[in-house]
Write a protein that binds this ligand. Structure first.
Ligand SMILES: Nc1ncnc2c1ncn2[C@@H]1O[C@H](COP(=O)(O)OP(=O)(O)OP(=O)(O)O)[C@@H](O)[C@H]1O
Ligand SMILES: [Mg+2]
Length: 296
């Protein structure tokens, strides 16, 4: 297996700081990801996970520091060179971002748009080989029989699988996923995450994925990178990580009382802790009912 110290990382962030006005979203973040590695970014809301991911395909440029992806310095890329990099980096999002009125197949085909330049009108705008590839990807994600259905008639889990098929149309080398299962129920979440892992293994994809679910991160990733207020505070392989260490890990992404309360609520929601164990580890829960549903 590849290691974080690989001499030839496909992703390298060095001392990346990103400020939005007075907000520092990333603070001297360092990260290396080797080809084929599966890395989860873990951290509380506002810790910088999305901002970090967005630097990897040039949706953000750093205030200072270096961002290298697939051998290129991303902030230096413009125009055609930036589009070329983006075609090698697939991105999936919490809200799937499908076009609701289009069929499943048409949505998947839009993943090849950077290659065909400009929007197509209906299926006839696409080459036959693109349609065959799209159908192949739909089969891979288990939705071939839905190809001609409107995408807004699918369940959330199915829609995310369509989004995965769409990302595969680019033949990406890297797959970025920003909380891909935050809108899904636990069963669909497990299916979608398992699918991403299988496809990544089949195709040798490198994956960087932000997640909120600690136990899912531990069972799924090769390595967990913890962010706290824009700083990388944890970078550890999951191989030898036990569930007992979960509390410790998530505790380390929190500093303030408000953070600790949020951590405790999340751990209780996920069934990892009870109010009593949360209190005994310092992740005390404020009085009153446990917040629910915010991330369900
Ligand atoms: N375009 C922007 N303009 C101003 N502030 C921003 C912008 N993007 C992010 N931020 C701020 O940067 C910080 C990090 O945000 P980011 O979205 O990366 O966090 P996150 O870890 O993805 O959070 P969440 O779990 O809620 O998605 C936050 O304080 C956020 O408000
Ligand atoms: Mg985010």
């Amino acid at each position: 297996m590849s290691t974080p110290d690989s001499p030839d990382p496909v992703i390298r962030l060095a001392g990346v700081t990103k400020r939005f006005g007075t907000t520092t979203a990333l603070k001297g973040a360092d990260l290396e990801v080797a080809r084929g590695e599966i890395v989860v970014l873990l951290g509380l809301s506002g810790s910088g996970k999305s901002t970090l991911l967005r630097h990897l395909d040039g949706l953000e440029t750093p205030t200072s520091g270096a961002v290298e992806v697939l051998g290129s310095s991303v902030p230096a890329l413009k125009g055609k060179a930036l589009r070329a990099l983006r075609s090698r980096v697939g991105f999936i999002f919490q809200q799937f971002e499908l076009v609701p009125s289009l069929t499943v197949l048409e949505n998947v085909l839009t993943g090849s748009l950077s290659a065909v330049r400009g929007p197509r009108l209906g299926l006839w705008g696409y080459a036959k080989d693109a349609k065959l590839r799209a159908l192949g990807h739909l089969e891979r994600v288990g939705l071939l029989e839905r190809a001609y259905q409107r995408s807004d008639t699918l369940s959330g889990g199915q829609q995310q699988r369509v989004a995965i098929a769409r990302a595969l149309m680019q033949r990406p080398e890297i797959l970025l996923a920003d909380e891909p299962v935050a809108s899904l129920d636990p069963e669909s979440s497990d299916q979608v995450m398992a699918l991403i892992r299988e496809i990544a293994a089949d195709q040798g994809l490198t994956v960087v994925c932000s997640l909120h679910q600690v136990d899912l991160a531990i069972s799924w990733a090769d390595r967990i990178v913890g962010l706290r207020h824009g700083e990388v505070v944890l970078n550890t392989p999951t191989r030898d990580l036990s569930k007992a260490e979960v509390m410790e890990i998530y505790g380390r992404v929190a500093t303030t009382t408000a953070d600790l309360t949020a951590v405790a609520h999340e751990l209780i929601e996920q069934g990892i802790a009870t109010p009593a164990t949360a209190a005994s580890t310092g992740t005390a829960v404020a009085a009153g009912p446990v917040a629910t549903g915010a991330r369900a």
